[in-house]
Write a protein that binds this ligand. Structure first.
Ligand code: PLP
Length: 411
């Protein structure tokens, strides 16, 4: 008998399962709104021209393939923290931000989770509060890191907006010094972000309750089209003196998904403390994967450190964000004005970033999870079971058909 005969089959990944079903569908009309990756106007994966330029420069340099240090490429991590914290950031200028390159955003969260599980000084407070709902991988990442995962209210189904009262109540009720995970911008999966005023109130509660803020910034630039505007929450918290943890991903804003480029950083008190923290981050990383991959870090470092390519990249990020925003407007207009679809659709325009939640609005009119499935089977429109759609999967050629399919499903 096999050593592994007792192993039960695990559940399929809810997102990757959608892609499999999409691939198997032979209809020419099919639309995949499940993937969390940007698509261009033709529905194709998009390699940013700034990335291509950086790659040309790198090819010309004929770099070797030696290992990177444990915490990655220094030119990259230096630029990554500058992008997140801002060039005027005080802890940055004072050289007290500990940072390591990571296996994209997921790896940053995982290294951060493991570091906190090992070193967070408040033994009975290794509890991380994540929003309800949150990115599906947050719970397993932090649980596997050794933290206890709990939720705070975030999404109000009735308004398809932020449940700010619930959020505040839950953070105030959390045990002092708990860890709180905050999506820095373009909340996934709801597309609902706090306003700057609401961020200020959240910062005050974090202060009052001495919570430890851990920011996940996977979409810097995707929310507003501006990388600095999208860093508002992170920079505001740092200005307020919070010692934050930060996970950054360059998957979306540079389109470097499979290159796995990210960074994990922590604000410390002074350069000596930073050096000690750095040394312990290395001890967390070394047995996990030894050191991070080379190529993507070189691409990101080249873009971020070359003023011309950087300016071009900022424009390309803006272009991606604007295409998503224009799809929101078109979808809103198609449903409300052209088709007169029952229900309220204002949230389509007010939500932010690549994702928006369609289920709450649809469920107003009685569409069940089974009917979402029917949308896939009858209309060849694929989305995750929670009703999240990736706006980037829409374009001028398929948006009319999508709106009609939603209209039929809702009626
Ligand atoms: N955090 C959030 C909220 C995300 O949506 C994602 C990706 O979808 C990630 C982190 C991590 O992505 P990656 O590991 O590809 O950078």
């Amino acid at each position: 008998v096999s050593t592994w005969s007792h192993i039960p089959a695990g559940p399929p990944d809810p997102i990757l399962g959608v892609t499999e079903a999409f691939k198997a569908d032979t209809s020419a009309k099919k639309i995949n709104l499940g993937v969390g990756a940007y698509r261009d106007e033709n529905g194709k994966p998009y390699v940013l021209p700034s990335v291509q330029k950086a790659e040309q420069i790198l090819t010309g340099k004929k770099l070797d393939k030696e290992y990177l240090p444990i915490t990655g490429l220094a030119e990259f991590t230096r630029e990554a923290v500058k992008l997140a914290y801002g060039v005027d950031s005080v802890p940055l200028k004072e050289n007290r931000i500990a940072v390591t390159q990571s296996i994209s955003g997921t790896g940053a969260l995982r290294v951060g989770g493991a570091f906190i599980a090992r070193h967070y000084p408040h033994e009975n407070r290794k509890i991380i509060y994540i929003p309800k709902p949150s990115w599906g991988n947050h719970t397993p990442v932090f649980r596997d890191s050794g933290l206890e995962v709990r939720g705070y209210r975030y999404f109000n189904k009735a308004t398809v907006g932020l449940d700010f009262a619930g959020l505040k109540e839950d953070l105030r009720a959390a045990p002092e010094r708990s860890i709180v995970l905050l999506h820095a911008c373009a909340h996934n999966p709801t597309g609902v972000d706090p306003t700057p005023e609401q961020w200020k109130e959240i910062s005050d509660i974090v202060q009052e309750k001495q919570l430890f803020p851990f920011f996940d910034m996977a979409y810097q630039g995707f929310a507003s089209g501006s990388t600095s505007r999208d860093a508002f929450a992170v920079r505001y918290f740092v200005e307020q003196g919070h010692q934050i943890a930060l996970a950054q991903s360059f998957a979306k804003n540079m389109g470097l998904y499979g290159e796995r480029v990210g960074a994990f950083s922590l604000v410390t008190a002074d350069p000596a403390e930073r050096a000690r923290v750095d040394s312990q981050i290395k001890i967390v990383v070394r047995p996990m994967y030894s050191n991070p991959p080379l190529h993507g870090a070189h691409i990101a470092a080249t873009i971020l450190s070359n003023p011309d390519i950087y300016a071009q990249w900022e424009q390309e990020v803006k272009g991606m964000a604007e295409r998503i925003i224009s799809m929101r407007d078109k979808l809103y207009n198609a449903l409300t004005h052209d088709l007169g679809t029952p229900g309220k659709w204002d949230h389509i325009k007010s939500q932010i970033g690549m994702f928006r939640q369609v289920v709450p609005a649809i469920s107003f009119t009685g569409l069940t999870a089974d009917q979402t499935k029917a949308l896939a089977e009858k209309a060849h429109v694929y989305m995750t079971a929670d009703g999240r759609i990736s706006m980037a999967g829409l374009n001028n050629s398929n948006i009319g058909y999508f709106a009609e399919s939603v209209h039929k499903a809702v009626k």
